[in-house]
Design a binder for this molecule. Structure first.
Ligand code: GLU
Length: 462
């Protein structure tokens, strides 16, 4: 029997990182088994659902690259063009729910009560066989002892979550329900409903939650809770996917950066870890920086442009070859495109290796040296900076090697340590003490900009 899994989010206006991971695990399992991945929007609670809330889920899924395989328009259910179907919307399936509730009433498994329809819940304890957490025995609570029956259709004619969730899993022939552990408490009800329909239930795999670093439950407002934060932070989607599959699953041998096609080969439900995962910003930061290193120069440039635009810097008036040369000097060192909360680690020094730090100075008419730094540089020897300026002005070819040789010669001629030339020259050119390799960035800036900046620096700081 071919595997059929689904991701069944309710549109709340927000795609939780735990939800994104649930979607990913379902998708991975479908890919691993050659099965089908269904996206079903559980939007029966009309008061909360808006088109915008649905769009947040769909765009989040697309951003992560989690294409779904079928939908109401697909006819034969086969995916010919990925992600172009559906998804299913529960709000469009009300006839089905009415038919199914009638079936339960006819069987004597449901009955009318004060205008609502209630399900006749079994009185015996239920054992939930779970592929991740093992067998879970659910006893009736004290309240349920008195009346375990529960409403499946409200008096206003709206079906209730437990009911539509089960009817759809049954209708869609879902073979495995992979979802957050917070749903484990609902599963006894769901198993009872399947039994009442006389249908074999799917297999369940409840995945442990993602907690805050301090072990508390993640709420909407916690850092990293919403997928939107990662998208806006210009995190790389493949890095977020890699980060997410490590939250609760692990390939053997301590590997952390794993290509997705390999994850698809290795992924299986029994290896999902049983303990709760913790949000770990250092790991996210590191994984993101690894993928930045791996990405193509072209794509890196594209992200860099977006990052600079967010900082109010436009590259439009610059020559494309200058832009490419500028970004190339940061390719191996930039760790993240934006300096944002979701990626801010405890261990960061004063300057995080962002696009801005590594490239804004290429595109600014002049650079500002911050007051603190300029105080620090106050002892810089004017004679040294003037000698460096003159040496650079005299070069016949202005490239990294020539600048390197000239700078060394200035230091040797004056009998000073090279750092006394290099350090203020970097600050003069970039406004900072960190950045790309100095001689390379000077080559890219070109002689005219470099000399202007050194002049301004001498006038202001020395
Ligand atoms: N709509 C439910 C949720 O968003 C889905 C639960 C399930 O996956 O069965 O939590």
């Amino acid at each position: 029997m071919s595997v059929r899994v689904r991701f069944a989010p309710s549109p709340t206006g927000f795609l939780h990182i735990g939800g994104a991971r649930t979607a990913l695990f379902n998708w991975l399992y479908a890919k691993h088994t050659g099965g089908t991945f269904v996206l079903r929007i559980e939007d029966t609670d009309t008061a909360r659902n808006t088109q915008e809330a649905v769009e947040i889920i769909l765009s989040g899924m697309r951003w992560l690259g989690l294409d779904w395989d079928e939908g109401p328009t697909s006819g034969d259910g086969k995916a010919s063009s990925k992600g172009s179907y559906g998804p299913y919307f529960q709000s469009q399936r009300s006839d089905l729910y009415k038919k199914r509730v009638r079936e339960l009433i006819d069987k004597g498994a449901a009955y009318e009560h004060e205008g609502a329809i209630k399900f006749r819940m079994q009185r015996e304890p239920i054992v939930i066989p779970d592929l991740v957490v093992g067998d879970v025995r659910r006893e009736l609570t004290d309240r349920e002892q008195l009346d375990p029956d529960f409403v499946i259709f409200r008096s206003d004619g709206q079906p209730v979550f437990h009911f539509v969730n089960v009817v759809d899993d049954l209708e869609m022939k879902i073979t495995h329900v992979i979802r957050g552990e917070d749903h484990l408490t609902n599963t006894a009800k769901h198993l009872a409903l399947f039994k009442a329909f006389g249908v074999e239930p799917p297999k369940y795999a409840h995945i442990p939650l993602i907690l805050n670093p301090d072990g508390t439950k993640m709420s909407k407002r916690d850092r990293g809770a919403s997928l939107r934060e990662y998208i806006e932070a210009l995190c790389l989607p493949e890095a977020v996917v890699n980060y997410l599959f490590l939250l609760g699953w692990s390939p053997k041998g301590d590997r952390e950066i794993v290509p997705l096609d390999e994850v698809i080969k290795l992924f299986d439900l029994p290896q999902i870890l049983r303990h709760n995962a913790r949000f770990d910003v250092d790991k996210l930061h590191w994984i993101n920086s690894e993928y930045v290193r791996l990405m193509s120069q072209e794509r890196f440039n594209d992200y860099s442009v977006r990052a600079l635009e967010r900082a109010g810097i436009s590259i439009r008036s610059f020559d494309p070859s200058y832009v490419n040369a500028a970004f190339s000097t940061g390719k191996e060192k930039v760790k993240q495109f934006l300096d944002v909360d979701v990626l801010r680690t405890k261990n960061e020094k004063k300057h995080i290796a962002t696009t801005k730090v590594f490239s804004d100075f290429y595109f600014l008419p002049q650079v500002e040296v911050d007051a603190e730094l300029s105080k620090e540089l106050n002892g810089t020897n004017k004679r040294i900076m003037q000698a460096e300026r003159e040496a650079l002005a005299r070069l016949t070819t202005f490239n990294a090697d020539a600048v390197d040789a000239a700078t060394k010669k200035v230091a040797a001629d004056l009998g000073v340590k090279i750092g006394l030339v290099v350090h203020p020259t970097r600050v003069a050119c970039t406004g900072r003490t960190v950045g790309p390799s100095l001689y390379h960035l000077m080559e890219v800036l070109g002689r005219q900009r470099v000399l202007e900046r050194i002049d301004r620096f001498i006038a202001q700081c020395v």
